[in-house]
Design a protein around this ligand. Structure first.
Ligand SMILES: Cc1cc2nc3c(=O)[nH]c(=O)nc-3n(C[C@H](O)[C@H](O)[C@H](O)COP(=O)(O)O)c2cc1C
Length: 180
């Protein structure tokens, strides 16, 4: 199947992106195709609240770098999203990206995408208490679950965790990818 990775960090080689890439490496080794979107390299606007998606039952019409993503998502079996924690929240560009999935609900709030896309969330935070921001990560992933995606795993990296080959979190990330 096809798996999309959306990386929200400005650090292409930082812990959240590294762990997400490891999930995707596992997925590739399991025979899946993978496409990565790095939000920091893209022009992505916020939801314009135009309601065209509701009025016409279509994907988001905003003409920016997310345009090819929608068609791809409709044929995907997996979505891996990663982000650093900024100011006790998922970083801003990732929330902007998440908001755009408003288009996947029709005017009667029915989901307009096939159910069961496997969802993996990867987050990185300075705080060593892994539980500290779990409600925030659940809220963020919940928006995708509300589009009938199926949460497979939530990986939380703290500054105490290594992201070197063979480290526990890297092994977990790879295993999750293999299992998709
Ligand atoms: C603007 C900013 C705000 C941050 N706010 C928090 C925070 O509220 N709580 C926290 O635990 N870490 C915070 N951090 C630390 C990052 O979450 C941490 O460095 C993370 O590992 C970065 O991941 P990345 O390199 O994958 O982007 C903040 C970092 C920045 C730059």
């Amino acid at each position: 199947m096809h798996i999309i990775g959306v990386l929200g960090s400005p650090h292409s080689a930082g812990p959240s992106s590294t762990l997400a890439r490891e999930v995707l490496r596992g997925a590739q080794d399991a025979g899946h195709t993978v496409k990565i979107y790095e939000l920091n390299q893209m022009s992505v606007r916020g939801c314009q609240g135009c309601r065209t998606c509701k009025d016409q039952g279509v994907d988001c019409i905003v003409e920016d770098d997310l345009l090819p993503y929608w068609a791809e998502l409709h044929s995907a079996g997996g979505l891996v999203v990663s982000a650093p924690n900024y100011a006790s929240q998922v970083c801003g560009p990732m929330i902007t990206y998440m908001n755009r999935h408003y288009c996947l609900l029709d005017r009667d709030w029915k989901v307009r995408i096939h159910p069961g896309i496997k969802l993996v969330g990867v987050f990185s935070q300075g705080n060593q208490n892994r539980e500290q921001y779990l409600p925030v990560y659940r809220w963020f992933l919940g928006d995708f679950e509300n589009r009938d995606m199926q949460l497979v795993d939530t990986i939380v990296h703290t500054r105490a965790d290594a992201v070197t080959p063979g480290s526990p979190l890297m092994e977990r990330a790879y295993r999750v990818g293999r299992s998709l």
